[in-house]
Design a protein around this ligand. Structure first.
Ligand code: PHE
Length: 348
């Protein structure tokens, strides 16, 4: 019996020391002192002991019982103290748990990226930005650019007029600008000579939309007026722009093209990347994609801008960033850029 009592003592002392929570200690307490606990039931077996043995076992039992009770009580206090300490060091946070949704990081639209690169490239050459309105008059969009009312060249631009029912000749007629060239005369008048501006922004055409044509498009226009500016400057600026944006390997050509506000006029084409010049849907079978219109500013336009064409000459040049972006990123269909389709935009 003595051994049994000693065994209970060592076994439970261990369990008490190992207990980490008040709950565990309660369980140990019940296993000892509960209705069917080891300490509770033990005295039942004392009846079979001799009087001699009872004299030894009785006090031993009482002592162990008290020791175990005390040990449980002490360990309870320790566990409590430990949990208070944890509370002191633990930082309580009022923040909500982090959202589970996958974080989405946005980026600039590929066209915006391309325009920013272009702006940087021309700022280095001393060109300043100059804005002109999206909704403009017939006067600035056509007339002062040497395209008077009734001039057949107006058919080059399919125009959104803001008064579609009043198609007769009307000097103040308003429209959505068809090109950034509506900045030319304003810039000449406001800034004078020498002039180096870039005008960037949305233009609108009453176009049938297809793989190469959008009704809403950006243009990037350069106007450079100074003494002795000539076609070589134009050639240089075109190459500088294309090489900066599209890389050294770009193949471009310049060919004569008619615009009423330049003389001589030129078209700048880039070799179609998709068919390598063979002709395909993207380039409309031409093998080349038309990227820009350009030329020496017509003397009449300089005069309209208050500049003496005998003293000054100028070049103007209007690129279609959408077309350039098609070549830069290898996009076959211009409509993708304005589609807002995230599957497309996330590739950049
Ligand atoms: N404004 C012309 C267009 O939209 C392009 C151009 C700009 C041509 C400047 C010549 C000089 O087609």
């Amino acid at each position: 019996m003595e051994e049994r009592i000693e065994k209970i003592k060592t076994e439970y002392q261990n369990r008490i020391q190992q207990a980490q929570t008040l709950k565990e200690l309660d369980e140990v307490f019940l296993a000892l002192f509960g209705k069917t606990g080891e300490i509770t039931l033990l005295p039942k077996d004392f009846s079979s002991l001799s009087v001699e043995d009872k004299k030894i076992v009785g006090p031993l039992f009482n002592q162990v019982k008290i020791e175990l009770e005390k040990a449980i009580e002490e360990r309870r206090n320790e566990v409590r103290e430990e949990s208070y300490k944890k509370l002191e060091t633990e930082k309580f946070s009022l923040q909500l748990p982090k959202l589970q949704a996958k974080e989405r990081k946005g980026h600039l639209h590929p066209l915006t990226q391309l325009l920013q690169e272009t702006i940087e490239a021309f700022e280095k050459l001393g060109f300043q930005q100059f804005d002109a309105p999206h909704i403009d008059s017939d006067y600035y969009n056509f007339e002062v650019l040497n395209i008077p009312e009734g001039h057949p060249a107006r058919n080059l631009w399919d125009t959104f007029y803001l008064d579609p029912y009043n198609l007769g000749s009307q000097p103040g007629r308003m429209l959505l600008r068809t090109h950034t060239s509506n900045s030319q005369i304003r810039a000449m008048k406001q800034l004078g000579t020498p002039l180096r501006i870039m005008s960037i922004g949305r233009c609108f055409r009453y176009e049938a939309v297809d793989a190469r044509h959008e009704h809403t498009l950006d243009q990037f226009e350069i106007v450079y007026v100074d003494k002795k500016v000539n076609m070589a400057n134009l050639q240089y600026l075109s190459e500088y722009f294309l090489k900066t944006i599209l890389g050294k390997d770009i193949k471009a050509r310049m060919r004569p093209k008619y615009y009423p506000f330049v003389e001589p006029g030129a078209g700048v084409d880039g070799l179609c990347l998709f068919c390598k010049g063979k002709g395909c849907r993207v380039c409309g079978g031409a093998g080349w994609l038309e990227l820009a219109g350009a030329g020496m500013i017509h003397p009449t336009v300089l005069k309209n801008g208050g500049i003496d064409p005998n003293e000054y000459s100028g070049i103007a040049w209007g690129f279609g960033p959408l077309r350039v972006a098609m070549l830069k990123y290898g996009i076959e269909d211009v409509r993708s850029f304005l589609s807002g389709d995230l599957r497309f935009l996330e590739k950049f």
